[in-house]
Design a protein around this ligand. Structure first.
Ligand code: AHG
Ligand code: MN
Ligand code: MN
Length: 328
């Protein structure tokens, strides 16, 4: 069948034969997340028309004002995953504590997610996204403890971008594929087959307003990139990790949210931002580090722990580690 007629469901059905024996069948969870993302996409696309724009009166554990669409997306994902019968615990950026699923005896998987990434961009019509990761429950059966596995244990990870089009990108450990939502059909259609990130790029993404708080090695690295002897880099910073990350996946380059003298672990969270994207970028022949070690090897100690994140093309990520080793 031509690729242009492969929808997400049929792609997953054929791909799962590769992993079902050792990972089990988590495609119903993927289907549920895809379904939720269609609803979120609809809400995002009409946010200006209904009373869903703007800030709610609540804050999350990070002290960040929650946007109404954050809460809407969060509650939608929790409800849909709870009713799936496949999920026994969840961790969300928007919930202080883990969400245990008692209904229908839970399931054999746990899910971590950022329901809406880039929230500060909602009101100004800039692309935002959803990030998710799926783990098998650890044998001892403690679902909440299963949320704190290293990222290398992920059985699946993905993201959705709500932008010029709605794009669902995921990997189950056999490469990375993207599916564009055909609004008229309500179907995700295969549009980005076997995404691989270029070995090096010409884009670096970092919020340079933090420059004065950076350690010397970060300054030296960025200055080198800016005056690279072989190619001219350009700076791009959308302020939505999913959007900055996806652009670099397609064009090559590096995204950095490093630590600094004020935010000693950076800003992004290990469980539901860094790990899922690190899993995906490695599947696409890229790399992800905290400056010293591989993101996927870090043993989580808390649901919302932050981690410095340098992620993208191998060349720029490896070079960063060399600069931090040399200059601190
Ligand atoms: P979230 O909206 O889920 O809290 O994530 C926002 C993150 C990430 O998407 C983005 O790269 C980063 O915040 C932007 O941070 P600055 O506003 O400090 O640039
Ligand atoms: Mn986020
Ligand atoms: Mn978020």
């Amino acid at each position: 069948m031509k690729d242009s007629f492969i929808n997400l469901s049929s792609f997953m059905a054929s791909e799962k034969t590769k992993y079902i024996s050792d990972k089990g069948d988590f495609t119903p969870i993927l289907e549920k997340i895809a379904f939720a993302s269609k609803i979120i996409s609809r809400q995002v696309n009409k946010a200006g028309l209904v009373n869903i724009l703007g800030a709610a009166s609540t804050h999350n554990i990070h002290g960040e004002t929650q946007q109404k669409l954050d809460l809407y997306s969060n509650e939608l994902l929790i409800d849909i995953l709870k009713s799936s019968g496949y999920v026994c615990a969840m961790a969300s950026e928007e919930n202080d504590d883990a969400i245990e699923v008692k209904e229908r005896n839970g399931g054999d998987y746990v899910v971590v997610f950022d329901p809406l990434d880039g929230s500060s961009n909602i009101d100004v019509n800039v692309s935002i996204g959803t990030i998710f990761g799926i783990y098998k429950k650890i044998d001892s059966g403690d679902c909440v403890a299963s949320l704190l596995q290293q990222g290398k244990n992920l059985v699946c990870a993905g993201y959705v971008i709500y932008g010029s089009s709605t794009l669902f990108v995921y990997s189950a450990g056999y490469g990375v594929n993207g599916f564009t939502l055909d609004q008229s059909l309500g179907e995700f259609i295969l549009s980005h087959k076997n995404i691989t990130i270029p070995e090096y790029g010409k884009i670096y993404s970092i919020n340079e307003s933090n420059y004065n708080r950076w350690q010397q090695g970060i300054k030296e690295y960025v200055n080198f990139i800016k005056s690279h002897p072989e190619r001219q880099y350009t700076a791009r910073w959308i302020g939505s990790f999913v959007a900055d990350f996806h652009r670099n996946m397609i064009k090559g380059g590096v995204f950095l949210y490093t630590e600094d003298s004020k935010n000693t672990n950076g800003k992004l969270r290990l469980l539901y931002e860094a790990n899922p994207m690190a899993f995906i970028v490695e599947q696409a022949n890229g790399a992800a580090t905290n400056g010293k070690e591989r993101i996927l090897d870090i043993k989580p100690t808390g649901l919302h722990q932050r981690v410095p994140l340098i992620i993208g093309s191998k060349y720029e990520v490896e070079l960063y580690k060399q600069y931090r080793e040399k200059y601190g």
